[in-house]
Design a protein around this ligand. Structure first.
Ligand code: SAH
Ligand code: SF4
Length: 388
């Protein structure tokens, strides 16, 4: 019986070297392979012309480059793009590309569904389906980068939105954020090699500051990340005390605020920037009152951080609503007057539902996928804290 093919996207530099050496090839071939796959975006092994024919033959028999199939691509008028990716079992995940004047940010998913079950998150509401593999995660960057590079229309659109020239040194994706579906630190073993590939000079060569992992607060894994691959960290806080956070982010019962904030302090010396970002989803009359802003100030006193206020993206089952702009403004003012850095997340991709927490991969019936129209809905994404 044939054993399953090796997916070259699953292998970080070390694993690639081990694989190559196992085939009795010189170790430097691993770098060549990484280069072909990730830098040049070549998925067809036969086209890797500086590898000996015999080696290519062996590789073609055993290995492949396999990213998640794309079910749908939607383009918003502001240039934001959203792709729906098939993870099998009638499930899908989503990724979003957000072009800005000085960067292109890709928001990727780490799991199909999520087990943390935050009360304001559509991904959580759908439950946990499965972890994505390393290849399925890095494959999102692989696909987006090379698809956008190769598609003249995409480049044209990129140049139109919002200004030309943010394509850096021929690279389209300059920043990656793990803020799509799933809790990345609950899929640590697969996330780690994907992070390493993002940073690897023979693959994507992104700096640690340009890769942000967002977590609901899996404390032991935050410590592991600090040691293994300390990229920029965003922590989903959403509440100024344990009683409320227990309700909004059930993981808080396991890792309460005191432990979470201690883990943030431990992470800081390793962080590529000298602050942690705290995400705070603004929920009408739940966590958006003046007194709660003041409590938040007390809670975070002394921690080098930025607070990113995210206007809640509603979905029917949550029973929650978004704080008014005036409320968000008042809340953010209290933080700022106390000397904290608070930003409000920008609205992007309004017309394609590319929203944080709305990424539910909700296309269950695949026969309908291609007919799906891009409906108008609230969409919001990311990035304000990604200043250089
Ligand atoms: N699981 C990780 C990363 C994915 S969620 C985490 O929770 O951090 C990415 C961000 O989107 C998190 O800050 C999350 O709290 C936020 N989010 C989830 N649902 C949202 C919603 N409905 N509206 C606005 N932000 C939401
Ligand atoms: Fe999972 Fe993050 Fe959604 Fe919470 S907010 S359910 S951790 S994806």
């Amino acid at each position: 019986m044939n054993s399953p093919r090796i997916n070259l996207l699953d292998l970080d530099a070390e694993a690639m070297k081990a694989y190559i050496v196992g085939l009795h090839e010189k170790p430097f071939r691993a770098k060549q392979l990484l280069n072909w796959v990730h830098q040049r975006g070549v998925g067809n092994i036969a086209l890797m012309s500086d590898l000996a024919k015999g080696f290519r033959q062996t590789l073609s028999e055993q290995a492949e480059v396999c990213a998640l199939p794309v079910l749908n691509e939607a383009l918003a008028t502001d240039g934001t793009r959203k792709w729906l990716l098939d993870v099998g079992g009638s499930n899908a995940v989503e990724m979003v590309f957000i072009p800005e004047d000085d960067r292109g940010t890709l928001c990727i998913s780490s799991q199909a569904g999520c087990a943390v079950n935050c009360s304001f998150c559509a991904t959580g509401y759908q439950g946990f389906s499965r972890n994505l593999t390393t290849g399925e995660m890095i494959g999102q960057l692989w696909f987006a980068e090379h698809h956008l590079r190769a598609d003249p229309n995409a480049i044209k659109r990129i140049e139109e939105y919002p200004t030309p020239g943010y394509v850096h040194e021929g690279r389209v994706v300059s920043n990656v954020v793990f803020m799509g579906m799933g809790e990345p630190l609950l899929n640590y073993d697969n996330v780690l090699p994907a992070l390493r590939l993002m940073l690897d000079d023979h693959a994507y060569g992104l700096s640690r500051r340009r890769v942000t992992l967002s977590t609901s607060g899996v404390v032991p894994m935050m410590d592991r990340l600090a040691q293994d691959c300390p990229v920029a960290l965003a922590v989903s806080l959403h509440a100024p005390n344990d009683a409320l956070r227990d309700q909004l982010v059930p993981l808080n019962k396991k890792y309460p605020l005191k432990e979470l904030l201690a883990a943030c302090e431990r992470y800081l010396p390793y962080a590529p920037r000298d602050f942690i970002t705290f995400e705070y989803c603004m929920l009408n009359e739940v966590n958006d009152q003046d007194a709660q802003a003041r409590e938040l100030v007390q809670l975070l006193k002394g921690i080098r951080c930025k607070i990113n206020l995210i206007p809640f993206n509603p979905f029917p089952e949550s029973g929650l609503t978004r704080s008014s702009p005036q409320r968000i403004f008042a809340f953010s003012n209290i933080l700022q007057e106390a000397g904290m850095i608070a930003t409000v997340r920008k609205t992007r991709g309004d017309d394609i539902a590319a929203a944080c927490g709305q990424l539910a991969g909700d296309i269950i019936d695949r026969t309908k996928v291609r007919e799906r129209t891009v409906d108008a809905a609230l969409g919001e994404q990311i990035v304000q804290w990604l200043e250089r």
